[in-house]
Design a protein around this ligand. Sequence first.
Ligand code: NAD
Length: 248
Amino acid sequence: MGSLEEAVVVITGAGRGIGRAIAEELGRGGAKVVVNYSQSKAPAEDLVAQLQQNGSPESVAIQADVSDAEQAARLIEDTVKHFGRIDALVNNAGINVDRTMKKMSVDDWNKVIQTDLNSCFYTVKAAQSYFIQQGSGTIINISSFVGQAGNFGQANYAAAKAGIIGFTKVAALELARNNITVNAICPGFIETDMFSKVPDNVKESILKRIPLGRTGSPQEVARAVRYLIVDGGYITGQTLNINGGIYM
Ligand code: NAD
C-alpha cells in the first residue's frame, strides 16, 4: 500500500488489548479506522474519540458480533457504505475458554471455533468482492503460537488458531491474482486482559519458557501489522511469529 494516509482499515474486536493497539498505531499514521466491537460500546467510543484527536479524524466505531455470519458481513457492508472502500482488514477478535478436553463441553468448543476461526471466513468472504473490484487489499489474521505449538487446556483455541493459518494460505492463493495479500500473525504471550486471566504461578512458568525472558506488548504486534500493511506488498500466505522465541 505504501502509506496509511487515507487507507480504510477494519479491525475486529478493537476496543481493547492488541486490537486497540493496532487501531492506535494505524490511526496515528493517518488511516481511517473502523473500530469494531461486540458488546463494550463505551471503550470503543473512547478509542474513536482518541483516534479522532490523534491523526485519524474520520475513524468510526461499528458494532457487530463477528462470530455471527450476518453481523460480520454487515460490518464490511457498513464500512463500504460509510467510506466508499475498504483497504485492509485485520481479523483480531478472539476469545478463549480454557479447560482440559475432559471438562470441555461441546458448547465451549463451538464458541471458540465460531468466534476465533469462523469469524475470519465471514469477514473475508464479505470483503473479498470489494478488494477484487479495487484490485488491491490487505488481510491480516491474528492467530497465535498456540495454533503452532499447542498448549495444555486449549484444544478449542489451538484448533481455531491452527485453522486460521491454513485458511490464510488458501485465501492468499485464491486472492493473489487480484493483488490482495493475506497473512497471519502469531503472537506469543502478550500483556493484555486475555493474558491477565492466567494464574500467577502459570505466568511464572510461562516466563521461564520464553527465550527473551519477557512477555510482549500489544504495541509490538501493532507495529508488525503496520509493517505488513505499509511495506508488505510482496508478502503473502505467511505466518509472522512475534513470540520472544517461545516457538521457533
Ligand atoms: P482481549 O480479550 O483483550 O481482546 C479481544 C477483543 O475481541 C475484545 O475487545 C473482545 O470484546 C473482542 N471480541 C471477542 N469476541 C468478539 C466478537 N464475537 N465480535 C467482535 N469482537 C469480539 O484479547 P487480546 O489479547 O487483545 O487478543 C486479541 C487477539 O490476539 C485474539 O485473537 C487473541 O486470540 C490473539 N492472541 C492474543 C495473545 C495474548 O497473549 N494476549 C497471544 C496470541 C494471540
